[in-house]
Ligand binder design. Structure first.
Ligand code: SF4
Length: 334
């Protein structure tokens, strides 16, 4: 059985170096523009940054995948095509895409450039995997976070391509990458511009001892003096539904932590474990990657995870809001 790669997030050149030094096999990152689903100020890479990042990774036998994973706007595909051309010219190890037209462009223009299907593509059946493989030579798909390990194993047993699964980090509740809620509240689509909850639409106001977090014209959440306020996203807002007390109607602010499924997913043939968090700093990236490096290597040697309590504890500490979930790995629905 192969040992799955650790695919780590790099929102900055410093995070890329931290991920590689902590033991990541691969990092994923994006350009500083709307082609990247984490298009936030202060994050991401210029082509020059990527030249250095690729050199750093390749000198150590590691890989860099570039996420070009938003959807091109109608009549404006030039930016997305240029991003693919630049990734190919720089020698990226793979490009991660969702837009079917862009995947077609990459396959025709750069047939030797490895193509991965982003989670944003939302492929979740064997027939859709087969289609992307046969039509565009997709080498790997990143699976939406909606399956149990048994379901993942069933998909992998019939899939002609590699499968990468999320193992740790923040969750989005919508069919992966198809969120219209943030666009409704802010007027900017995460899927087209790469920005969910842009900073210029966020406002914090204190009213009657409560801290109100607003996104556009909408109150997403309110926090009492003893509560820690979070950044407002629509999916993790607390809402009043009917006569009930305010609650997390869509998604609790929790962090996926599937460390206990490392062995089962390796047995299922998963080739890569993906860590979410390109918006996170290098300390976070380094801590999460080194914990998973320890746990994955220990599992491959046949050691029980309980012997690595320190690594498990570190992951628990780094969970968003201090709360972790097994997500769909342990779901009670179909
Ligand atoms: S509102 Fe939530 S589900 Fe939608 S794009 Fe933002 S984080 Fe993702």
């Amino acid at each position: 059985m192969i040992i799955p790669e650790i695919v780590a997030p790099a929102g900055t050149p410093a995070a890329l170096v931290a991920a590689i030094d902590a033991g990541a096999d691969t990092v994923y990152c994006g350009f500083r523009d709307a082609t990247n689903a984490r298009n936030y100020p202060g994050l991401n890479f210029t082509p020059d940054d990527l030249v250095e990042g690729l050199a750093y990774a390749h000198a150590r036998g590691r890989k860099v995948n570039i996420a070009i994973n938003t959807y091109a706007s109608a009549g404006n595909t030039a930016l997305w095509h240029k991003a693919i051309d630049t990734a190919a010219d720089l020698g990226a190890d793979a490009v991660i895409m969702a837009d079917i037209g862009l995947i077609d462009y990459a396959a025709r223009r750069h047939p030797k450039l490895r193509r991965h299907l982003s989670v944003q593509g939302g492929a979740s059946t064997i027939s859709s995997i087969q289609f992307y493989y046969e039509a565009f030579g997709i080498a790997r798909m990143i699976l939406p976070r909606m399956f149990t390990v048994a379901e993942i194993a069933e998909l992998k047993s019939r899939a002609p391509i590699e499968i990468e699964c999320f193992i740790f980090g923040s969750m989005s509740p919508m069919t992966e990458g198809r969120c219209a809620m943030s666009a409704y509240a802010t007027g900017r689509s995460p899927n087209l511009s790469g920005v969910c909850s842009p900073a210029e639409c966020v406002r914090y106001d204190v009213e009657d001892d409560e801290l109100l977090c607003r996104l556009g014209d909408f109150v997403m959440n309110s926090f009492g003096p003893d509560e820690q306020a979070g950044y407002p996203t629509v999916c993790k807002g607390r809402y009043i539904v009917g006569d009930a007390e305010p609650s997390y109607a869509f998604e609790e602010p929790e962090c996926l932590n599937a460390a206990e499924y490392i062995g089962a997913m390796r047995a299922a043939g998963i080739c890569a474990f993906k860590i979410e968090g390109r918006q996170r700093g290098r300390f976070y990236v380094s801590e999460v990657v080194s914990a998973f490096r320890e746990l994955i290597d220990a599992e491959a040697r046949g050691e029980p995870a309980a012997r690595h309590a320190g690594a498990l504890q570190r992951l628990r500490r780094l969970a968003e809001g201090g709360e972790e979930t097994r997500g769909a790995f342990k779901k009670g629905w179909q």
